[in-house]
Design a protein around this ligand. Structure first.
Ligand code: FES
Length: 127
């Protein structure tokens, strides 16, 4: 089921210069009590995006705004209970939601910005 506040494809997420500065950008859409959160990573020239929602407790992967724990440009760790996800595909390979996956999102870089392009075609996490 789609999130009610998921942006439409073509929505601008972040300036490329801003993303390049830290390698991570966090965006939020909708009201504070039920936002659709997006996190975008730019690591070693690769662009990846996920719904910022850990499949363990359905809360954001980060504790501090804009701070995400990425190791070796390959692993993303949830800040709450240390679930470990492959940055490549969002699959959890260790921790309390082993085998679950982050909701992968499609994004594209053009005209100096990153744009939302909808959900990736693979498996979604159930709400
Ligand atoms: S909320 Fe992410 S590991 Fe528990």
């Amino acid at each position: 089921m789609a999130h009610p506040h998921e942006p439409v494809p073509g929505t601008r997420l972040v300036a490329l210069t801003e993303l390049a500065r830290s390698g991570t950008a966090e965006c939020s859409f909708g009201p504070a009590h039920d936002p659709f959160r997006v996190v975008v990573f730019l690591n070693q020239g690769r662009l990846r995006a996920f719904e910022n929602r850990c499949p363990h407790f359905s809360i954001p992967l980060n504790y501090e705004p804009g701070v995400f724990w990425v190791y070796d440009n390959a692993t993303l760790m949830c800040a709450h209970h240390s679930a470990m996800f492959h940055l490549e595909d969002g699959r959890c390979f260790d921790g309390p939601c082993l085998g679950a996956s982050l909701n992968r999102l499609a994004v594209e870089a053009r005209a100096g910005a990153i744009w939302y392009a909808g959900e990736a075609d693979d498996k979604r996490v159930q709400r």
